[in-house]
Design a protein around this ligand. Structure first.
Ligand SMILES: Nc1ncnc2c1ncn2[C@@H]1O[C@H](COP(=O)(O)OP(=O)(O)OP(=O)(O)O)[C@@H](O)[C@H]1O
Ligand SMILES: [Mg+2]
Length: 483
């Protein structure tokens, strides 16, 4: 296969771009929710995946509102990956809103409003509607145009099913629809009574022999059975947030496209909650609670955390999944330290799923999957070296080397990546550990280096100087809670 051919095939099969998690297609669990070692792009981390599978089942059942789950673990142990897998496992029907905690500080609205909107985006409402339709095979159609060419057209159509046949008079609007769809005798059609929309289902089998030449696309269908007039149920799925936006008069539905929804009044939300409950009781709507995923949750501040405490107690709350890689640290916007940088009362309301670092074998497996994802053929030795690099530095760094090594190998017109290519990239691009080591060694050459002053401070404190109240304060600068 030439290069050009290869490119073309790839263009057709993959329109999506390759992202950090594009190799993940699900949680990779079996029927009894046990995690398979390698499946659907997921490797190892069995306990956490199994726990995630149980959460997915809880969401699918849709009975429980406002549960909160925290994914906690070291950096690059697959917390975000597991959340992506959960979204895949839930499918398109269940709303899954994914956001990073810092997003709420950059929007043109208050932090709590941004959180409320995110929560309401995660609750789906399936609205059922019954419409009346006429469905039948066209026996005869007659449209009279006035001789002048302008003015009202009049028309008649005879429709039949296997059991009955009826004549209908056609209005001007429906005649236009008939002409647009090029309806002829022998077509099987449906007419939506409320909107007057006409659609062609295909040609009737009974007429198949009447025509010698039919196009390749002609679809033949059976003549409908039973009554001509039927009731049909249509289901629309929207989120609570979409209903909010459409009903908030100041913005209108176009705000849905621009995303510029502004703040929505609480009264509107209350009214909509009431209305949706009414629909639910009347059997017109079903609530389909989904998931709100907040990544890097330690970036939320105290106000957000206490807002979440309360918001999760509402009936209309989704299941909230959070992820963090922080240990014991300060809660943003305060001076209090707490596990995961989150207040204890919120932690008390959640169940925690822990992710653990990967073994060498698992790292190798992840790297292998990433090679496939990035269309890179790597030989076994190179993969071994790359695995070693991943264990010594980080998984993310090793993943970055795949594409670069692939490019290096392509430059020397090789079809597979060898140890040499990996080594070359390892030398060209340094990782975080080597970079900080270089900084330590060459600190005097750089600007604004603070290690020196820290050392001086240490010396001072040893000498007993500068021991005032200020030293009690934490060394790192305090993050401010406002946007
Ligand atoms: N079990 C796994 N199976 C397959 N790929 C994985 C797995 N775990 C992690 N990865 C991949 O490794 C990379 C890093 O993982 P991820 O981004 O999920 O880490 P994280 O726990 O969210 O880290 P951080 O705390 O830094 O956000 C991603 O490309 C991810 O897809
Ligand atoms: Mg992450």
């Amino acid at each position: 296969m030439t290069d050009a051919e290869k490119l073309e095939v790839r263009d057709i099969t993959r329109i999506e771009r390759i992202g950090a998690h594009s190799h993940i297609r699900g949680l990779g669990l079996d029927d009894v929710l046990e995690a398979r070692a390698v499946s659907q792009g997921m490797v190892g981390q069995k306990e956490a995946r199994r726990a995630a599978g149980i959460v997915v089942q809880m969401v699918r059942e849709g009975k429980i509102a406002g549960r909160c789950i925290l994914l906690a673990g070291e950096p690059s142990t697959g917390k975000t990956a597991i959340a992506v897998a959960m979204a895949q496992a839930l499918g398109n029907e269940t709303p899954f809103t994914s956001m990073s905690a810092s997003e709420i500080f950059s929007l043109e609205m208050s932090k709590t409003e941004a959180l409320s909107q995110a929560m309401r985006k995660s609750i789906g409402v399936r609205i059922k509607e019954e419409t009346e339709i006429i469905e039948g095979e066209v026996v005869e159609i007659q449209i009279d145009r006035p001789a002048t060419g302008t003015g009202q057209k009049i028309g008649k159509v005879t429709l039949k099913t296997t059991e009955m046949e009826t004549n209908y008079d056609l209005g001007n609007k429906i005649i236009e629809c008939f002409m647009k769809e090029k309806i002829q005798a022998g077509d099987v059609i449906t007419i939506d009574k409320a909107s007057g929309k006409v659609s062609k289902l295909g040609r009737s089998f009974t007429r198949a022999r009447d025509y010698d030449a039919t196009g390749a696309q002609t679809r033949f269908v059976q003549c409908p059975e039973g009554e001509l007039q039927k009731r049909k149920e249509v289901v629309h799925t929207v989120t609570l947030h979409e209903i909010d936006v459409i009903n908030s008069r100041t913005h209108g539905f176009l705000a849905l496209f621009s995303g510029d929804t502004g703040e929505i009044k609480q009264e509107i939300r209350d009214q909509i909650n009431g209305k949706v409950m009414e629909w639910r009781e009347e059997g017109k709507a079903e609530i389909n609670p989904g998931v709100l995923f907040i990544d890097e949750v330690h970036m939320l501040d105290m106000e957000c955390f206490s807002f979440l405490n309360r918001a999760m107690e509402s009936d209309m709350a989704p299941v909230v999944i959070m992820a963090t890689n922080r240990g014991h640290t300060r809660i943003r916007g305060t001076n209090y330290r707490s596990p995961h940088g989150m207040p204890l009362d919120l932690l008390d309301r959640m169940i925690i799923i822990r992710t653990v670092p990967y073994s060498e074998k698992e790292v190798r497996e992840i790297l292998k999957i990433r090679c496939e994802e990035e269309d890179c053929v790597m030989n076994n030795d190179a993969l071994t070296v790359l695995t070693r690099i991943a264990c010594d530095t980080s998984l993310r760094y090793a993943i970055q080397l795949i594409t670069t090594a692939n490019l290096v190998s392509r430059r020397r017109k090789s079809t597979e990546v060898t140890v040499e290519d990996v080594k070359k990239c390892y030398a060209l691009f340094i990782d975080e550990v080597r970079s900080s080591k270089i900084l330590m060694e060459l600190q005097d050459e750089y600007m604004f280096n603070e290690i020196e002053s820290d050392k001086a401070k240490d010396k001072d404190s040893i000498k007993g100087k500068g021991k005032d109240k200020d030293e009690e304060k934490p060394a790192e600068p305090m993050e401010c809670g406002d946007n």
